[in-house]
Design a protein around this ligand. Structure first.
Ligand code: NAI
Length: 336
């Protein structure tokens, strides 16, 4: 009896220790195709205490709807009036940015640059002013360029913390894990294929060999192509109505959950993500997605790419060429 009582007390203490940590999550572009299901998933996450949704259109409506879900977090929607964005951001531990236009059939992610670069630039300025210590999770494409844009804005405002800026590449990992499970008839939940590089076409490099798989020839080529261009399957199927939203929302929620877990003291939380990375700086590549151990300060440790096959080495070479250009393009956006 005594031990049961003690166990209960320990449990309560553990609960109150984690419950004490208020975690405000804001979603910029919260009324969009990704923003809505992503906000829904964050509302279902018990680690989130406050959810703030901002959009140029429809934020309060989506927030009112989600706020009726019977989980503890509070939900509020903000509009681009007066201090809406500032209030949305204030006190955020995590800022998710799915704001921006999605692809239509025939477009590459780079084709979105002209529109999304200025959207992300302006939102990054607001984050720098209102939530300079937040973890910033960039979903808006082209991620290979929008992440460097954020870094330049934060530098110009004197608040750049490379440990807290992430390009969300989780969907590539989710897709690779799902696609290999279809080929091998395994449980996709047990698969965790590392994907490195960036987040578009040839910059997406799945490292199947590290999961112990050795596909050959056309089967391997087809697998790699499907991971690199899986987004196109969705864009084509939606036929002009946008790109991946639901699978992306799941992937974004998974990454946010990993960060919250790590912030709340869980050790060994590792996710591939596109960050300011030392791995290929000597090749002029300042940002790179690889496995990253997360911690209370954001990036805890950037893991090496590790042992790869000559085939994967070739993929990595092609990735580096494109990635360098995409990063340069982002850096050149005027911060003024
Ligand atoms: P969407 O058009 O359905 O939603 C975008 C939302 O952003 C809209 O509600 C719009 O009103 C809002 N918005 C536009 N400008 C804004 C601003 N200045 N401030 C606040 N909100 C603003 O697009 P969807 O499908 O949600 O995609 C969003 C972005 O995510 C696109 O750039 C897309 O390419 C990208 N994406 C990224 C993926 C990844 O793996 N990182 C995967 C899939 C899409």
């Amino acid at each position: 009896m005594a031990s049961r009582h003690m166990f209960g007390a320990v449990q309560r203490r553990a609960f109150s220790a984690s419950a004490k940590q208020a975690s405000k999550v804001s979603v910029l572009g919260g009324a969009g195709g990704i923003g809505q299901p992503l906000s829904l998933l964050m509302k279902l996450n018990p680690r989130v205490t406050e959810l703030a949704l901002y959009d140029i259109k429809g934020g309060p409506g989506v927030a009112a709807d989600i706020s009726h879900i019977n989980t503890k977090s509070t939900v509020k929607g903000y509009q681009p009036d007066a201090d809406g964005l500032k209030q949305c951001l204030a006190g955020s531990e995590i800022v998710l940015i799915p704001a921006g236009v999605p692809r239509k059939p025939g477009m590459t992610r780079d084709d979105l640059f002209n529109t999304n670069a200025s959207i992300v630039r302006d939102l990054a300025k607001a984050v720098a002013d209102a939530a300079p210590e937040a973890n910033v999770l960039v979903i808006a494409n082209p991620v290979n360029s929008t992440v460097p844009i954020c870094a330049e804005i934060f530098k110009s405002k004197g608040v750049y913390n490379p440990k807290r800026l992430f390009g969300v590449t989780t969907l590539d990992v989710v897709r690779a894990s799902r696609f290999i499970s279809q080929l091998k008839s395994t449980d996709p939940a047990d698969e965790n294929i590392t994907v490195v590089g960036g987040h578009s076409g040839a910059t997406i490099v799945p490292l199947l060999s590290q999961a112990g798989y050795s596909l050959e020839g056309k089967e391997l080529d087809d697998f790699v192509y499907r991971v690199q261009f899986g987004g196109d399957e969705v864009v084509k199927a939606k036929d002009g109505a946008g790109s991946a939203t639901l699978s992306m929302a799941m992937a974004g929620a998974r990454f946010a959950e990993s960060l919250l877990k790590a912030a709340q003291g869980q050790k060994g939380v590792v996710e591939p993500t596109f960050v300011d990375s030392p791995l290929y700086k000597s090749d002029g590549i300042d940002f790179f997605a690889s496995k990253v151990e997360l911690g209370p300060s954001g990036v805890e440790k950037i893991l090496e790419v590790g042992k790869i096959t000559p085939y994967e080495e070739k993929l990595l070479d092609a990735c580096k060429t494109d990635l360098k250009k995409n990063i340069e393009k982002g850096k050149l956006v005027s911060v003024g």
